[in-house]
Write a protein that binds this ligand. Structure first.
Ligand code: TXA
Ligand code: MG
Length: 339
């Protein structure tokens, strides 16, 4: 299959909508990461997403809508907590899990009775949803296991030959996937940290949000993940990623005393000339949003450079840093060295 890469504009949006209505899959920009979209109500179209990505069948997809009125078509009921969250943070990088409606086939939700819904804020994503008139199932547009794509070029590299069209809407502003919260159970629970923080969710809800144990820790053998995506090795470049936990001087001393061929260091801006290894800059030390924005591109850059091992600073675990930590610790397959 030939893969077209079109710059976002009326023609690209019309072509995307035509393909989506015909049951095809299309790479689209969102404010978080690029998504691989299909008609969420069409099980044959949704199956193509799983095939193109090589995604495990038991990992459910997120359904994207462009207007609040579309929510009642995809969920059985809208709990008051979901409305509060939607009012505060939609359109934007927040996914809310609710009981699914009959319009959403089992394939979209991997057989669960719940559905994850998000209203993206990226104007191109919104126009595509509006133009095709369908709720769109869209996971991140990477091959399963690789870092999520934050540019159309990353998406093209992973999906060239597997999808008919990728729409280029420029680099993604946020850079990590949406925050995922469930309000389908007894207590609101954060399943995946993202740009919208636990504190922000609590302030909109007026109640405490529980933290799924899989966010910061490795699942124990046999433990069932509340969010199936959390159990897979994820976001990994080919290089081994190792997180070093300590201050800048301890980081530098460790790298100096462990010379290794093919080793690179992820670093914060301004540290490039103060470390004994070739560096891959990844945001600013005091600015977790800039780290989130740069993380996946930095991991992909490590592979482009042929890195065998990549060291990284250990991010904090609160606020937006929780999202950066959550992605990095998976890329590192939970290898952390305390300095
Ligand atoms: O920012 C995003 O959310 C991007 C863009 C494209 O919108 N999409 C994305 O999708 O990150 P994906 O498939 O890579 O991640 C979806 C996550 C997975 O961890 C999955 O297990 C979880 O959401 N999920 C989806 N439906 C669920 C459900 N019904 N219950 C629990 N977890 C669910
Ligand atoms: Mg993904």
């Amino acid at each position: 299959m030939e893969t077209k890469l079109l710059s976002a504009g009326p023609q690209a949006i019309e072509e995307a909508a035509r393909l989506l209505r015909a049951g095809e899959i299309v790479g689209i920009p969102t404010e978080t990461v690029y998504g691989l979209a299909a008609d969420a109500t069409n099980s044959a179209a949704v199956k193509k997403i799983f095939e193109a990505k090589g995604r495990p069948q038991d990992n459910p997809l997120i359904v994207h809508i462009s207007r609040l009125e579309e929510l009642s078509e995809v969920v059985r009921e809208v709990p008051p907590q979901a409305l509060r969250l939607a009012e505060a943070y939609w359109p934007g990088p927040l996914t809310i899990i609710m009981k699914k409606s009959a319009a959403i086939p089992a394939e979209t939700c991997a057989g669960l009775d719940t559905v994850a819904v998000r209203m993206p804020s990226h104007p191109v994503a919104r126009e595509i949803i509006r133009a095709c008139g369908l709720p769109l199932a869209a996971p991140s547009a990477n091959l399963s296991g690789l870092p999520s794509p934050t540019t159309a070029q990353h998406t093209f590299r992973d999906l060239n030959g597997r999808v008919p069209l990728i729409v280029d809407g420029g680099p993604c502003a946020v850079g990590v996937e949406s925050t995922v919260i469930t309000v389908a159970g007894d207590h609101p629970t954060l399943l995946r940290p993202g740009y919208i923080t636990k504190e922000q969710l609590e302030s909109a809800l007026g109640e405490e949000v529980a933290l799924s144990s899989a966010i910061l820790n490795k699942l124990a053998d046999g433990e069932v993940a509340a969010s199936p995506g959390m159990k897979y090795k994820h976001y990994s470049p080919r290089a081994d990623v190792v997180i070093l936990k300590g201050d800048f001087d301890a980081y530098r001393r460790y790298l100096e005393s462990h010379p290794q061929e093919g080793a690179y260091a992820m670093c914060y801006e301004g540290e490039e000339n103060r470390l004994p290894l070739p560096c891959i800059p990844c945001g600013r030390a005091d600015d977790p949003a800039s780290q989130a924005h740069a993380l996946f591109a930095a991991l992909r850059q490590a592979d482009d450079l042929g890195a065998k091992i990549v060291y990284a600073h250990c991010p904090a675990q609160d606020g937006l840093s929780m999202a950066v930590y959550n992605r990095l610790i998976r890329a590192a397959a939970f290898q952390v060295i305390e300095l």
